[in-house]
Design a protein around this ligand. Structure first.
Ligand code: KG4
Ligand code: ZN
Length: 349
């Protein structure tokens, strides 16, 4: 580390300052994180408005938008942090999973910075980031269990100790956020549909009855495609009969099914594995209904529930900085040859 770096870092009692970059999907995000816990800046530039016109993320447009915004967002995040690029200890970047073209933009920016500043590069797993977003607001106690619910993932992850991930259950088809977005699209709600369905479900006085996919006894896996098909069929039947569509009742029925399955399986996993905490993470962790029901279940079984604030639930780079801190402490640095890993494994991250 250079002399002036040590000087600046020491004056604030911080040991490490990481500049983190996240471009796995439709958010260009850069954050500056001190010691894996303190957010010095967290800038997120969302492309949602652009993709909303197409009803979903268009990968080619996502990559192009990342290229256009990357440098500006890096400059903004550094300026807001009160530090300078020369103060950084390491550069962290989401290596995967995600859209390859989108990931590449962040990875190239991160490699360039690491090379120019002569500091380590840390390739980071996107889901490890979602999980460690909790570390920015609370202290994770091990063993712990994470329920990861995002647009691309639905997983129950057992964490025996800091930085160890064992996936004990995952979706066999659609991710929960994906199911939300597809159902919302069928209901002609804007993209991304999760928040719209959540709001409608909260306000609805009635709910249609929809199936719950429990799968085999004891399984921690999930399946949401049957539920999605049941919603689509309810919409088709109403259309065929020329009946008015009760969008709120469908939203509430869908949300009740999702929440019951997620909450029941998470509570069972928490008890079977004897963990002290349940960590909720990923974009769908913003869901009010899910947060409320998990809070009730966790209180009943006497387990602490950690949920990040909304801004740290959806994609951001602060969470990547928090996860990268683990690798920094272990000196697990990446080579400048790393590639984008669309299917990056969490267990071997
Ligand atoms: O984690 P995230 O920002 O991106 C991925 O890594 O996928 O998650 C985005 C997903 C979208 O599917 C969006 O509809 C969903 O999170 N989402 C919600 C809510 N807010 C965002 N789903 C349900 N209820 C919400 N309030
Ligand atoms: Zn995500």
């Amino acid at each position: 580390m250079k002399d002036e770096v040590s000087q600046a870092v020491r004056s604030n009692h911080y040991q490490h300052i990481i500049l983190a970059i996240e471009t796995s999907c439709d958010e260009t995000a850069v954050a500056v994180i001190a010691d894996g816990k303190h957010i010095l800046s967290n800038v997120v530039s969302s492309q949602i408005d652009v993709h909303a016109q197409y009803g979903g993320v268009v990968p080619e447009i996502a990559s192009r938008k990342h290229v256009e915004t990357m440098t500006i967002i890096i400059e903004e995040a550094v300026a807001k942090s009160g530090y300078q690029l020369s103060d950084m200890t390491a550069i962290a970047v989401t290596q995967g999973p995600g859209l390859v073209g989108a990931l590449l933009v962040g990875i190239i920016a991160a490699k360039s910075l690491a090379l120019a500043l002569q500091i380590p590069l840390i390739g980071t797993h996107h889901i490890a980031g979602h999980i460690y977003a909790n570390e920015l607001v609370s202290t994770i106690v091990y063993p712990s269990m994470a329920l990861v619910v995002s647009g691309g993932h639905t997983e129950l992850v057992y964490m025996r100790e800091r930085g160890s991930f064992e996936i004990i259950g995952k979706t066999r088809d659609d991710a929960v956020g994906e199911a939300y977005d597809k159902v919302a699209r069928a209901l002609k709600l804007p993209y991304p549909g999760g928040p719209h369905i959540d709001k409608l479900a909260q306000e609805a006085s009635l709910a249609i009855t929809l199936p719950r996919a429990w799968l085999e006894e004891g399984s921690y896996d999930f399946s949401f495609s049957g539920l999605k098909s049941a919603v689509l069929s309810a919409i088709n039947i109403a259309n065929m009969k020329q009946q008015p569509l009760d969008t709120s009742a469908i939203a509430r029925g869908f949300q009740e099914s999702v929440i019951e399955v997620l909450t029941t399986k998470a509570a069972r996993a928490v008890q079977q594995y004897g963990v002290k905490q349940l960590l909720l993470s990923g974009g769908v962790a913003a869901n009010q209904g899910l947060r409320q029901q998990l809070a009730i279940s966790c209180a009943q079984i006497g387990v602490e529930l950690l949920v990040p604030p909304l801004s740290l639930c959806t994609d951001n780079a602060a969470m990547i900085g928090a996860a990268a801190q683990l690798k920094l402490e272990r000196k697990q640095f990446s080579s400048l040859e790393i590639q984008a890993e669309a299917g990056f494994s969490l267990e071997e991250w």
